[in-house]
Design a binder for this molecule. Structure first.
Ligand code: FAD
Length: 386
């Protein structure tokens, strides 16, 4: 049985980034469900928008994005829709529209050869004996085993490592459902849809490479029915669907308390979404996957003594930032507050004609007043909840 310094379960953005950064410094193995190439096998359902914080992580690592990972077109605003209030606003956003599967395969391709990567493999079981972690997995058509000093759970929302370490920990989860359609809208767009009658999270649409992707995060129990109900409502907002070409479904975490962020124990570490590191206000998670990988690399390579304690300290700033997103999501998913913000037209850019000519509306006085009102309501609500 081979022994490693570090066994990484899952090579999404978090696991791939960590494997790359530990290469040459420790003996590392990574297991990943996705194949090495091609579109067959496991693919991660995702909106595929790279937020500025994720772009910043690439700047820090001195990495540039190949065109093969970029999707068409690049869109500079998000159409935000409040269904019940029948309000639509456009907010400027600097996302990069990517092909998520191509991005994941590219991230894996950056892992140097000294790291042993098992593609198209499945980690079935982990357990601890003495000071070693044991991993049982399926790869290359057979059951295999390995041991490692440090175990890293980078295995996403449904993390086997998190479930093993914290069997009683329940984190709020939603089912994310997406359908792909042939794009029929005259002008491609992103949208973010709030409808409290459908979900207390939110829904979205993205135009990508000739497809229109419509999805959302819904309560686990009757997600499919809620998704169908929202689709029917969106026709009134000029959404065009047609026949679905592909349907996808997966779990997405929605951290709602400080203790939803779990870091690991006993020389096992959680990073990325496995640790609950995902924004509750936007479900953006790639930047936290990349940032947590970099932080764990520093802990594993530099910290002497209790590495789990060092890891908790290292992630404190990231967890505080994510807690801020929980507070923000409480505002955004509160129908009354959201309506107030949208009515204030703060930061809204109106589209002046069908050729997509945009004219920025400037109401500085109005914007200042609304902002003050918004913070007052936000503070009162949170103080009230304590
Ligand atoms: C529908 C949807 C849309 C989203 N849109 C965006 C977006 O536009 N922008 C954004 O920044 N974030 C988005 N997110 C969040 C983002 O996808 C995740 O937060 C991010 O992928 C987390 O990265 P990760 O590396 O921690 O985990 P993941 O990307 O989930 O990677 C984990 C990997 O582990 C592997 N794995 C899991 N279990 C095992 C196992 N037992 N054995 C072997 N391998 C295993 C899988 O191959 C998987 O690829 C979205 C999420 C959802 C559900």
């Amino acid at each position: 049985m081979e022994h490693f310094d570090v066994a990484i379960i899952g090579a999404g953005p978090a696991g791939s980034a960590l494997a790359r950064q530990l290469s040459g410094k420790m003996r590392v193995v990574a297991l990943d469900k996705k194949r090495q190439n091609g579109s067959e096998g496991f693919t991660k359902p995702c909106g595929g928008l790279l937020a500025p914080d994720a772009q910043r992580a690439f700047i820090r690592d001195g990495i540039t994005l190949p065109v093969a990972t970029i999707a068409n077109p690049q869109i500079f605003s998000v159409r935000t829709i409040d269904v019940a209030a029948s309000l639509t606003r456009n907010y400027q956003r600097s996302y990069i529209n990517i092909n998520r599967h191509a991005f994941d395969l590219w991230m894996k391709s950056l892992i140097p050869d000294d790291v042993q990567v098992y593609h198209d493999s499945l980690c079935r079981k982990i357990w601890r004996e003495g000071d070693k972690w044991h991993v049982a997995f399926h790869a290359d058509g057979r059951e295999q085993r390995l041991t490692a000093r440090y175990l890293v759970g980078a295995d996403g929302a449904n993390s086997l490592v998190r479930r093993h370490l914290y069997p009683d920990h329940a984190i709020r989860k939603y089912v994310a459902i997406q359908q792909w359609f042939k794009e029929q809208h005259p002008v491609p767009f992103y949208s973010c849809i709030f409808d409290n009658a459908i979900t207390d999270c939110y829904s979205w649409s993205i135009s990508k490479d000739g497809y229109f992707i419509f999805g959302g995060a819904y309560p686990m129990k009757d997600g499919q029915a809620r998704f169908a109900a929202l689709k029917a409502k969106m026709e009134a907002f000029q959404f065009r669907f047609g026949n679905p070409l592909k349907s996808e479904k997966c779990t997405v975490l929605f951290p709602s308390r400080w203790k939803d962020f779990v870091c690991g124990k006993d020389n096992a570490f959680l990073i990325g979404e496995a640790a609950g590191f995902i924004s509750a206000s936007s479900l953006e998670g790639i930047s936290y996957a990349l940032d947590s990988a970099r932080l764990l690399k520093n802990v594993l390579l530099r910290e002497a003594g209790n590495k789990n304690a060092a890891w908790r300290r290292a992630t404190r700033g990231l967890r505080i930032k994510l807690y801020g997103k929980i507070l923000k999501s409480r505002v955004l998913t509160c129908a009354r507050l959201r309506k107030g913000i949208m009515l204030g037209r703060f930061a809204h850019i109106s589209v002046t004609n069908s050729e997509n000519q945009r004219q920025t509306e400037q109401h500085p006085e109005n914007q200042r007043n609304i902002l003050t009102l918004f913070w007052k309501m936000f503070l009162i609500r949170n103080l009230h909840e304590r």
